[in-house]
Design a protein around this ligand. Sequence first.
Ligand code: CO
Length: 134
Amino acid sequence: MIGKLNHVAIVVPDLEIASTQYRGIFGASVSDPVDLPEHGVTTVFVNLPNTKIELLLPLGDQSPISKFLERNPAGGIHHLCYEVVDIGLAAEKLKGGGMRILGDGKPKIGAHGKPVLFLHPKDALGALIELEQI
Ligand code: CO
């Protein structure tokens, strides 16, 4: 069911420092920051030949990643995103297999304008998994 690894998301305390590290020391192609107020994050994308790294900084008081940064002040890996062809079908299969989908259990429009859902980390080997319909 799952396809390519779409991105790995890393929450960082400073996007400029993180971008400079990826652009400079790692020599990667790095996007400009984009504010996504409806998702409570500012994002920078690092484009690698086979996948992307999503650098995330909390935006606003209600950011869903603020607590994560409090617990991991130096930053840390936040989630993995796998591609699926049909997110509705994927959601039904996952629920049928006893996995919990975060929120109201329905796919939402994610940070890239495509339908996404997140699985409860306790049901997925301790990792927060995002599925994105491609
Ligand atoms: Co993501």
